[in-house]
Structures are given as structure tokens and as C-alpha cells.
Design a protein around this ligand. Structure first.
Ligand SMILES: NC(=O)c1ccc[n+]([C@@H]2O[C@H](COP(=O)([O-])OP(=O)(O)OC[C@H]3O[C@@H](n4cnc5c(N)ncnc54)[C@H](OP(=O)(O)O)[C@@H]3O)[C@@H](O)[C@H]2O)c1
Length: 243
């Protein structure tokens, strides 16, 4: 049975991502207000790329389309410097209807060159780096200057800076280091983990988190399982630590 709220949501989903009808339960939690979603596509042995950084294609076409739907549904898409270096992605919405998000690149030391496609083509890009490495622009990107936190940037400050620009719905697309840092900082509302029936033996790890001594000290999660072609997608709600 639909509530009044559902009536408002469903046409919006269908208008923005028309191929999503069969998976509304997966997308509905993402439509209501500010949300920070992390996403990983990994192999059965928890790799997101081969040792030389190749990640096309870990998951199948249905998961790639799912990623484009997420881009269409979010204000901003965030990736780490490692993903820009390995893939030189455009991060635009191409495989479904809908707008492209603002692109946000995390690069603490501002070590990336300016020739990558996010800095030359397509929708607006923001480059987030440490305050002591900042300037006004980086290629065509605007620079967000942030405090350092541990080995990276202060992610609470990043999300506040994005909210101040009207970007409250934030999709963390990868890679593993970046999604792990958001998870460790306690600022994710949700995780989508796609698992492909593939073994690579070695490669770039999905999650890199501090180890624990006993299984009961680990982060135990709840999940709902969805089929995405030959892959499975685990939809994992989290309780963010932020206010
Ligand atoms: N299968 C998938 O879902 C998927 C998705 C995306 C990418 N990939 C693949 O994954 C690989 C890259 O992943 P990765 O884990 O090695 O790297 P990554 O997460 O893309 O980038 C890591 C780098 O991003 C910067 N960074 C990330 N979080 C930060 C934070 N909180 N504060 C400041 N800087 C931050 C840091 O750069 P500095 O060290 O320079 O400061 C860090 O070393 C590539 O091979 C790519 O093809 C796979």
C-alpha cells in the first residue's frame, strides 16, 4: 500500500531514472533529503581492481547502469585521487536519463596534474585539498581548502562545505581508500556493495579499515540483497556519527 509520501516519490524516481521501476525499494531510501552514500563494486575476493589498477569491468552492465542512476540522483559524486589517476573518468550520467552531478575529487596534496578529464571537460568539478596546498583553481576546477584529519582531509568539513554550496546529496563512488575513509569517519548514511562472481587472486582492496582483535569488535552490518544481472548488490543502512 502506498502512503501520500510514496505518491510524491515514485513519479520523481521514474522521471529521473526511468529504468529503475523494478528496483524502487533500492532507490526509495535515497530520495529523501540529505544523504551520503558509499558504493563499491568488488570481486568475491574483495578486490575493486587488478594490481595494475584495471577495474573495467569488475561488475556487469546492470551494475554500471545502477552507478549512472546514482549519479543522476545525487548532487555531487566524490572520488579519490587514485581513481582519477587509474581511470581518468568523466563521472557524468550517460546510461540513464537525468542530470550529471557536480564532480568532487579528493587530493590532499594536490598532486594530480590538470590534464585529467574532470579538470578539462564536462560539468563543474571541485578539487578538495589541504589548506596549505590550496589555490583558487586547479585546471577548470574550483578548489575547496580543508583542514587535514589523520592521513587525509576532514570529511565532516568537506560535507559541510558541499552543503554550503547546495550539495547535500553526496555519492562516494570510490575507490576503496576513499569509501573506507568515509566509513571510518562515521559520515556515511548508506553503503551499496556490489559483489561480482569473479576471483582476481590479488588486486586493489575494497575496504581498508583498522583491524580488530575479535570478531565481535568488528562493525556488524545489516543488509538487503538485490540481484543486478549476474551480480548481487547489498544495500546497507548505516548510522552516521555526525550531528
Ligand atoms: N570497483 C569499484 O567500485 C571502483 C570504483 C572506483 C575506482 N576503482 C578502482 O580503484 C582504484 C583506486 O582506488 P584506491 O582505493 O586505490 O584509491 P582512491 O580511493 O580512488 O583514491 C585514494 C586517494 O584519494 C585521496 N583521498 C581519498 N580519501 C581521502 C580523504 N578522506 N582525504 C584526503 N584524500 C583522500 C588520497 O590521495 P592522496 O594520497 O594523494 O592524498 C588517497 O590516497 C583504481 O584502480 C580504480 O580503477 C574501482
Amino acid at each position: 500500500m502506498q502512503s501520500d509520501n510514496d505518491d510524491a516519490i515514485w513519479p520523481d524516481v521514474l522521471a529521473r531514472a526511468p529504468h529503475a521501476a523494478s528496483a524502487l525499494p533500492l532507490y526509495a531510501p535515497l530520495l529523501d533529503g540529505p544523504v551520503v552514500l558509499g558504493r563499491i563494486a568488488q570481486t568475491l575476493d574483495s578486490k575493486i581492481a587488478t594490481t595494475n589498477g584495471a577495474s573495467f569491468w569488475i561488475s556487469g552492465p546492470a551494475d554500471i547502469r545502477h552507478t549512472h542512476r546514482l549519479r543522476a540522483l545525487f548532487d555531487a559524486v566524490v572520488v579519490g585521487a587514485g581513481t582519477i589517476r587509474a581511470d581518468d573518468p568523466l563521472l557524468t550520467t550517460r546510461l540513464c536519463a537525468g542530470p550529471s552531478p557536480v564532480r568532487v575529487v579528493l587530493d590532499t596534496e594536490r598532486s594530480l596534474g590538470t590534464a585529467y578529464r574532470v579538470f578539462t571537460d564536462g560539468p563543474p568539478t571541485l578539487l578538495a585539498c589541504a589548506a596549505d596546498r590550496a589555490s583558487e583553481t586547479h585546471g577548470s576546477a574550483q578548489v575547496i581548502s580543508l583542514p587535514r584529519a589523520g592521513r587525509g582531509l576532514d570529511l565532516t568539513a568537506l560535507l559541510a562545505a558541499l552543503r554550503a554550496r547546495g550539495l547535500a546529496r553526496v555519492f562516494i563512488e570510490g575507490g576503496g581508500v576513499t569509501v573506507s575513509r568515509f566509513l571510518a569517519a562515521g559520515v556515511l548514511d548508506r553503503l551499496h556493495v556490489t559483489i561480482a562472481p569473479l576471483l582476481l587472486g590479488d588486486g586493489v582492496p575494497a575496504f581498508t579499515l583498522p583491524g580488530v582483535a575479535r570478531p565481535q569488535d568488528g562493525l556488524r552490518l545489516d543488509w538487503t540483497l538485490h540481484r543486478l544481472g549476474a551480480d548481487i548488490l547489498l544495500d546497507i543502512p548505516l548510522t552516521p556519527a555526525r550531528a
